[in-house]
Design a protein around this ligand. Structure first.
Ligand code: HEM
Length: 492
């Protein structure tokens, strides 16, 4: 009776928050599954239009989630250090990422975040600019070799961002752009798809059921390849460091370029040695796998949509091309982070594209202690709070005419007065995206490189990719575009 009364009180406190009528046991999940097929984005957009800035959903089997769309509430949740635990859905990532930065909690997360933050210092990011640049050159070459045929540009960009993250996170080259059929590249794509599909089918949250599916077998096979690769890289790097300390290693000239640059992995090994917080190889593996996961699919999705927006808005593409020509002139010399810092319009284009197509459309926190928010509402302990970034970014009160692609929304003068939590594609507060600066720098470099050499156009007038909310925002059939060479303006 005691349990029943407590449960009843809890259900009542959740139901003080408005929301769609829910069926017994399956709650509102049927609406996602039947009415909206597998697209949570559409479902949440509909509910947001109907219920506004806060509403609750029953996800089935008594699980409740509170969706927050009001920047003030989002700030209350994210700015403090109390509610930093991720929601249960993130456990689908555990088989791949273990308890790395993205999925860990409590003391472990605090300790790791402190240890890893300095590895993203801008001086360290500077040394990656050359990696962005050289991989951008290969991307341009690959894009131009399509000779104006309609392509799914997302496939090309994913291989490029995978090459970049391997080189910067592990200091190794998988040459994905040159060898897209390699077992490593296929394993990344299989693992991503399996995780995406599991999150779309709530009943597969049950491990017993999931372990009997084909998806689980594909995931396990892919993880074997991925984990073996990162484990071997870590082992050999640790050994190399030890030998170097003993002064017995000689590096060939060919390797020198790659070795001189410290990858995140080297910095983690360094930090682990010097901070006295020795991390085991499997601790380091969790973090390296986390960078691999968080650091390439997000930027690939973002850039696919940026290129779509540029193709759909030729005047924006021309203006961006002008800026790139101004900064780089006819020079084909090495790009520096100072050059990239001058690309202000490019930066606004990226921000505006992330507004309409945020790579992480939803993120969620576990509420362990009741949280009072605005309007007299209280989010009860034992629920999850969901930040619906995709929907917040299309709120017409914050972004008038929200479907319009207008990079000037991010001119400094147009940002004044906008609530700082109204636009947070990289999340905000102590548990925000640690790779934000890295991601922005990489996107600026690649977008500028592509627009400098290519003209992007739509496959047919009025084409618009159909988005589907998975863990990372995707276009249903990829992002279809045509690429042709851009005539360089002759230097004066
Ligand atoms: C367009 C690019 C990117 C976007 C939009 C993005 C977005 C986000 C968001 C929204 C979160 C918070 C997720 C949550 O609360 O569950 C996050 C966390 C994280 N991101 Fe990114 N990200 C991007 C690029 C990157 C890159 C390039 C890296 C690594 C090199 C990275 C590594 C991480 C990590 C490790 C976390 C977890 C941080 C923590 O919990 O302490 N991200 N990202």
């Amino acid at each position: 009776t005691h349990f029943y009364n407590r449960r009843r009180k809890w259900v009542q406190s959740v139901d003080l928050i408005p929301g769609p009528p829910a069926l017994p046991i399956i709650g509102n999940s049927w609406e996602i599954l039947w009415t909206f097929k597998t697209d949570q984005t559409e479902a949440i957009s509909n509910w947001t239009r109907k219920y506004g800035s806060i509403y609750r959903l029953w996800l089935g089997l008594g699980h409740a989630v509170v969706v927050l769309n009001n920047p003030e509430d989002v700030e209350i949740l994210l700015s403090g250090s109390k509610h930093i635990e991720k929601s249960n859905v993130y456990r689908h990532l555990h088989p791949w990422l273990g308890e790395g930065l993205l999925t860990s909690k409590g003391q472990k997360w605090h300790m790791r975040r402190k240890l890893i933050t300095p590895t993203f210092h801008f001086r360290i990011l500077d040394q990656f600019v050359q990696v962005f640049d050289s991989n951008g050159n290969i991307l341009v070459e690959k894009l131009l070799s399509t000779n104006g045929k309609t392509i799914n540009i997302h496939d090309f960009i994913t291989l490029c961002t995978l090459d970049i993250i391997c080189e910067t996170a592990m200091g190794t080259k998988v040459n994905a752009q040159q060898d897209s059929k390699s077992p490593y590249v296929s394993a990344v794509s299989d693992a991503l798809l399996s995780v995406h599909m599991r999150t779309m089918q709530p009943w597969l949250g049950n491990d017993w059921l999931y372990n009997r599916t084909e998806g689980s077998k594909t995931l396990n096979a892919a993880l074997k390849v991925l984990h073996k690769y990162s484990r071997e890289v870590i082992e050999s790097r640790r050994q190399e460091r030890q030998e170097r300390r003993k002064g017995s290693v000689s590096i060939s000239d060919k390797d020198l370029g790659l070795k001189k640059r410290e990858a995140f992995l080297d910095l983690l090994l360094e930090a682990s040695d010097s901070a006295g917080a020795a991390l085991s190889d499997s601790d380091i593996q969790e973090e390296v796998d986390t960078f691999m996961f968080g650091g390439h699919d997000t930027t690939a999705a973002a850039m696919s949509f940026i290129f779509y927006n540029l193709a759909a808005n030729p005047e924006v593409q021309d203006r961006l091309a002008e800026e790139v020509a101004e900064v780089f002139g006819a020079s084909d010399g090495a790009v520096t982070s100072q050059d990239l810092a001058q690309l202000k319009y490019t930066e606004r284009v990226i921000k505006e594209s992330l507004r309409l197509y945020p790579s992480v459309p939803l993120f969620a926190r576990r509420i362990n202690e009741e949280l009072p928010i605005t309007g007299g509402y209280v989010i009860p302990a034992g629920t999850n709070a969901l930040i619906a970034c995709y929907q917040m970014n299309r709120n017409p009160e914050v972004f008038p005419d929200p479907e319009k692609f207008d990079p000037d929304r991010f001119l400094p003068e147009n940002c004044t007065g906008r609530h700082p939590y109204a636009y947070i594609p990289f999340s905000a507060g102590p548990r925000n995206c640690i790779g934000q600066k890295f991601g922005m720098l990489q996107m600026k470099s690649t977008v500028a490189k592509v627009v400098r050499h290519c003209v992007l156009s739509l496959p047919r007038p009025g084409y618009k990719p159909v988005v589907t909310g998975r863990v990372i925002l995707r276009a249903e059939d990829g992002v279809q575009l045509k690429v042709s060479p851009r005539k360089m303006t002759p230097s004066p």
